[in-house]
Design a protein around this ligand. Sequence first.
Ligand SMILES: Nc1ncnc2c1ncn2[C@@H]1O[C@H](COP(=O)(O)OP(=O)(O)OP(=O)(O)O)[C@@H](O)[C@H]1O
Ligand SMILES: [Mg+2]
Length: 258
Amino acid sequence: MLDTVMFRTRKNQQAEPAPALPDDVVVIVDRAVNPYLVLFHEPAGFMAEQVRGLRNRLLAMNPDGEPKTLVVASAVRGEGRTVTALNLAMAFSELDRNETCIIDADLRRPSCEQYLNLNPQVGISDVLLGTVSIDKALRDVGQRNLKLLSAGTQTASPADVLGTSRIDELFARLKERFQYVVIDTPPVLSCTDAGVLAARADGALVVLRLEHSLKGQSREAVRSLQNLGTNVLGSFVCELRGQDPGSNPRLSYGEPEA
Ligand SMILES: Nc1ncnc2c1ncn2[C@@H]1O[C@H](COP(=O)(O)OP(=O)(O)OP(=O)(O)O)[C@@H](O)[C@H]1O
Ligand SMILES: [Mg+2]
């Protein structure tokens, strides 16, 4: 099993003020993208390296390089599943020959589009209901090697839509085209959706958030996933307290010392 990987956060994270530029130079700084998408905002930073560490462990668990579907799950709401799933997908897509797809399978409270500052479009619900083809639903997100399959049109019965046997066909088709398929899901203890998806995926990662996650609930979520036959690969802890390692000169590496 994968050991717990820790993801430190920086308090009061804010965009730096833009430097003064000559009038004829246009620079677009996408402040509307969620600030915790560190692979987008600070790819050279310490937090992005933590996500790459997670990616590398998952790669090491797959020595044959088989295409994989990975569910990102957590016990309750607000534990950092969406941010972790998006950062991990971006980290996979950085590597050559690692075409990656991120699926927003949280049909109850989808947020991938919002976090990436994209307009809502058709997505996985439409594909599973058979109204749109996979090719039409996959969209660019402005990152090389990375495609998004949004949540799509809202449905009254997400569990039924995700529970259809078409999901197996969808995963199989996506694995023909992508090396990694990362799947964002609703909380395990709130509804059956994550369990249904995780049991059909190649593995699941359980996200915990310190100061928010209760150990008992996280354990219960892992047990519930395992009871459904899920291969739980490990956990990822985000939002650790303590000193920001980026500001610790013994941990930072790259900037020459003064
Ligand atoms: N490392 C972090 N440190 C502090 N806040 C974070 C961190 N990662 C994400 N957040 C913030 O915490 C909130 C919840 O994160 P996120 O949406 O990823 O969790 P979730 O488990 O997907 O939530 P939901 O149950 O609503 O889908 C968001 O506002 C996000 O910006
Ligand atoms: Mg979410």
